[in-house]
Design a protein around this ligand. Structure first.
Ligand code: 13P
Length: 248
């Protein structure tokens, strides 16, 4: 089975609404590629203008966060049904910045994955190890535990629609990319784990991205690996280089 490549930008906390619309215009012709799913995951306040700005193009819109309740007294939060209604397709869940800075644990992340599916959103579930775990050599166990927890109670059919992003924390925003072989090793391990937790067809279908200082210079090599189906890109998604990654 051949999996469709998915290149997603994670804009993080960057771009005001008017800057977001300008970036969409800058990237419009550069990200054209009908063979690839192209996604902009944008700050909540940019969702409505970005959905409007990419209308009629190949770009899909993603969100960076939400809360697990549908509505109610949760000041400051937005819900999965709100995102869906606004035109969002993908939702990033379990990013290391949310785990580390905002204290999100695997119980909440698991609830978010289930809620996202229930609302008709496709999760991009992030996992990855710290530099200390990489150096200690225990990163594989750590990542397996994250994914096993995060997918508890999630069905095989849902996992076939899931995107998993392997993002080693030591490679995020540092300019230090995992080598293509290091990234492939972990992405294959994740696919093998999905085969173990579910079955071979589910493992064949799930799409696995690499993220962490991916750029126009290193994307082609990373994406040439058999178990790397795409990228989740931070810094380089905010400039014209993103088009080169989409077309790498
Ligand atoms: P950078 O591409 O800036 O390293 O960020 C990666 C990331 O965290 C994407 O979610």
């Amino acid at each position: 089975m051949s999996r469709r490549r998915i290149i997603a930008g994670n804009w993080k906390m960057n771009k005001t609404p008017s800057e977001a619309v300008a970036l969409c215009a800058e990237l419009k012709d550069l990200v054209k590629n009908d063979a690839v799913d192209v996604v902009y995951c944008v700050p909540a306040i940019d969702i409505v203008p970005v959905v409007d700005a990419v209308k009629g193009t190949n770009v899909l819109v993603g969100a960076e966060n939400f809360y697990i309740e549908d509505k109610g007294a949760f000041t400051g939060e937005i819900s999965a049904p709100m995102l869906k209604d606004a035109g969002v397709t993908y939702i990033i869940i379990g990013h290391s910045e949310r785990r580390d800075i905002f204290g999100e644990n695997d119980i909440l992340i698991n609830a978010k994955v289930k809620k996202a599916f229930a609302a008709g959103l496709k999760p991009i579930l992030c996992c990855g190890e710290s530099l200390a775990l990489r150096k200690a050599g225990t990163y594989a166990d750590w990542i397996k535990r994250q994914i096993t927890w995060d997918l508890d109670g999630v069905t095989a059919d849902q996992v076939k629609d899931l995107v998993i992003a392997y993002e080693p924390i030591w490679a995020i925003g540092t300019g230090e990319t995992a080598t293509a072989d290091q990234a492939q090793e972990v992405c294959k391990m994740i696919r093998d784990l999905i085969a173990e937790l579910y079955d071979a067809p589910t493992a064949e279908a799930v799409r696995i991205q690499y993220g962490g200082s991916m750029n126009a210079g290193n994307a082609a090599e990373l994406l040439s690996k058999p178990d790397i189906d795409g990228g989740l890109i931070g810094g380089a998604s905010l400039k014209a280089d993103f088009g080169k990654i989409v077309n790498a």
